[in-house]
Design a protein around this ligand. Structure first.
Ligand SMILES: [Zn+2]
Length: 300
């Protein structure tokens, strides 16, 4: 490990843009939308490490590296070149030139940052990967205050990755597959949507917003949905993703304006003016409009 240097000579190369109020891009709170954060993390990592050779690697946290030991993290990475970085849902995969892999999940509070090779250890730094590319050395560090993230080094794909469904951004949404999953679904539609085996990366926010756009009550049973509802949900997901990506490009929308209904319980529905309700479904808070979101429970 590099010796600790005084803070005054820290030399960060690049970090995620963060405005003064601590929010990314001035839009959604950093920790509230991990799938978008993961998308950004993949792009950052791709820029920082693809084509680079790992000169040193260290993971100081056995809990994050489970089920492997931190030693495996080092052995898997050092001396290898990073060939590509992919994302599926909330997981990012680094593929190495010898076929080895590193899987990263940011959890609630994880983030990767890119700093100078001799930058001191970051606060809450859990792992670091030093790289050399075009004769320039730098270091990527994994920081995680609450340690809900994961860092799994492996020789091949791990179940956490292979069991994920398609990513709605990277792979698109296959309407036939989605219809089939809903048709067999005895669970509420929102729980099915948030099942990472169905579509990777759909969390509470995306599911809540998409169902409001689709005018479908989150409690409706999957198998009770007519085909028009399934199409509307797919459109709702795409629209929510597009809105979010566009806002991230614009870098200026104020936080709080981000969502139609998420976080707005008790306020009027933007469509019909009815007071938005808050319920708990599958252990998660859900906001809905009881008037314009249709509740279907009968098998068709
Ligand atoms: Zn409404």
């Amino acid at each position: 490990m590099a010796a600790l240097l005084p803070a005054s000579i820290r030399r960060p190369i690049s970090k995620p843009t963060r405005s003064r109020d601590g929010r990314f891009d001035g839009c959604i709170p950093h920790r509230k939308c991990p799938s978008f954060l993961t998308s950004r993390s993949r792009q950052d990592l791709e820029r920082w490490v693809v084509g680079a050779t790992v000169t040193a690697a260290y993971c100081g946290d056995p809990y994050l590296a489970r089920p492997r030991s931190p030693r495996v993290f080092e052995r898997t990475l050092v001396g290898r070149t990073v060939e590509s970085v992919q994302r599926k849902g909330k997981w990012v995969r680094l593929v190495l030139n010898d076929g080895g892999r590193l899987f990263s999940h940011l959890g609630m509070t994880g983030e990767w940052v890119h700093v100078a090779i001799d930058a001191p250890e970051e606060r809450f730094e859990r792992a670091r990967i030093d790289v050399l590319r075009r004769r320039r050395s730098s270091s990527v560090r994994y920081i995680d205050t609450r340690r809900f993230g994961r860092l799994i080094a492996a020789r091949r794909d791990v179940p956490e990755w292979t069991s994920l469904g398609p990513d709605p951004i990277a792979d698109g949404i296959d309407l036939n597959v989605l219809s089939k999953v809903f048709a067999e679904g005895r669970r509420p539609v929102k729980e099915i949507l948030m099942d990472q085996h169905v579509l990777a990366g759909i969390g509470n926010i995306l599911a809540t917003e998409s169902l409001w756009i689709a005018r479908v009550d989150p409690r409706s049973l999957g198998r009770s949905l007519p085909p028009a509802d399934v199409r509307a949900i797919a459109r709702g997901i795409r629209r929510t993703l597009r809105r979010e990506l566009a806002r991230r490009r614009r870098h200026r929308t104020r936080a709080g304006d981000s969502f139609f209904v998420y976080g707005h319980a008790g306020e009027p529905c933007p469509r019909c003016g009815t007071q938005l309700a808050s319920i708990t479904l599958g252990g998660r808070t859900t906001v809905l409009c009881r008037r314009c979101q249709v509740y279907r429970r009968q098998k068709r």
